[in-house]
Structure formats: structure tokens, C-alpha cells
Design a protein around this ligand. Structure first.
Ligand SMILES: CC(C)(COP(=O)(O)OP(=O)(O)OC[C@H]1O[C@@H](n2cnc3c(N)ncnc32)[C@H](O)[C@@H]1OP(=O)(O)O)[C@@H](O)C(=O)NCCC(=O)NCCS
Length: 153
């Protein structure tokens, strides 16, 4: 597993996050990412490699005892080295500590890497939204996880 430092997603890290995001399918731009950061209950984390490069990020928001993971992305050449897993572990531990009970997310049904990642962290299928995505049109898979008290700590 590649050693990374997990830090808060902040205005200072926004340009690096926007660059990672720009290389993903259906990216959010910097303004959309900034709006998510400012959303009530919004949270996020970045993964920083030892040379200082930000190589991955994750963001979401919490409402009462439920949370949604909105985005997880790792820069292309840094994938498959456990970076997303470290971001997920950090996020789920933080949510568990806040008393969050359930976490939701949605993804394209064909996004196998993301689906496998979420399954590894205990997310299960909660439903399908037909033709939810555009360019290309694709169903959304809704996934849900019950947070275990003390998870990741
Ligand atoms: C999905 C994504 C974030 C995974 O990041 P990553 O750092 O490569 O993932 P990790 O190395 O931490 O892998 C953790 C687990 O995810 C799964 N996984 C990750 N990439 C995978 C792949 N290409 N194929 C199959 N499973 C994969 C595996 O279960 C893996 O565990 P393992 O290494 O024990 O097999 C990355 O592929 C990405 O940025 N994709 C583009 C953006 C995206 O689709 N985000 C999700 C929707 S918002």
C-alpha cells in the first residue's frame, strides 16, 4: 500500500483536486467542488504523497445521522495502490466518530473499480435508478452501508 498522508480537503487543495477530477468521466469543475466544500455538513479529504503531490480525494456530506459519499477519485498513474482505500478508511472512521449510522452513494452500474472498492468497504446494493446518467446514458447503482460503531478506529 502506497504510504500517503490524509489531510482535509480545503480551499488550498482545491486546484490539485480539480486537476484530478478533470481527468475523470463527467468531472465537476473547481466551482462545483468549492460549492460542495461550502455545503452545510460537507466534508472531504485528500491523499498527499510524500513528495507533496496530492494524488487522490474524496468528498461527501452529512445530514443528521446519514451521510453521502459524492466523489472519490485517484489520479490515473497512482491507482491500484490502496490510495482510495486509505481515503475510505479515513472517511468512514470520521463518520463513525460523528455518530453517522448509514452512508449512501451512487455510481454508474458499469464502474467496476468503484463498485469493487465500495463492496470491499461493506456497501451493498440498495437500488437502481434507470437511465440516471447522461453521456453516455447509464443506470445508477445505489449503494448503502450501515456504519459500525468504532469503525476504522
Ligand atoms: C475507483 C477509484 C477511486 C479506485 O482508486 P484506487 O486508489 O485505484 O483504489 P485502491 O487501490 O485503493 O483499491 C481498493 C479496492 O478497490 C477495488 N478496485 C480498485 N480498482 C479496481 C479495478 N481497476 N478493478 C477491480 N477492483 C478495483 C479493489 O477491491 C481494491 O482492493 P484490492 O486492491 O484489495 O483488490 C479509481 O479507479 C478512480 O479514481 N476512478 C475514477 C473516478 C471514479 O470512478 N470514482 C468513483 C465514482 S465517483
Amino acid at each position: 500500500m502506497l504510504p500517503v498522508r490524509i489531510e482535509p480537503f480545503s480551499a488550498a487543495t482545491l486546484p490539485a483536486v480539480a486537476a484530478i477530477e478533470a481527468a475523470t468521466p463527467a468531472p465537476w469543475n473547481a466551482a462545483q467542488l468549492a460549492a460542495e466544500l461550502e455545503r452545510p455538513g460537507g466534508w472531504g479529504a485528500v491523499a498527499r504523497y510524500e513528495d507533496g503531490t496530492i494524488i487522490g480525494y474524496l468528498c461527501g456530506y452529512t445530514v443528521a445521522d446519514e451521510a453521502e459519499i459524492l466523489k472519490v477519485a485517484v489520479a490515473g498513474s497512482w491507482r491500484r495502490q490502496g490510495v482510495a482505500a486509505q481515503l475510505m478508511t479515513h472517511a468512514l472512521a470520521g463518520l463513525a466518530a460523528q455518530g453517522v449510522r448509514r452512508v449512501f452513494l451512487e455510481l454508474r452500474v458499469g464502474n467496476q473499480p468503484a463498485r469493487k472498492l465500495y463492496e470491499k468497504f461493506g456497501f451493498g446494493q440498495a437500488g437502481i435508478r434507470r437511465d440516471y446518467y447522461r453521456n453516455p446514458a447509464e443506470d445508477a447503482l445505489l449503494m448503502e452501508k450501515t456504519v459500525i460503531r468504532g469503525e476504522g478506529s
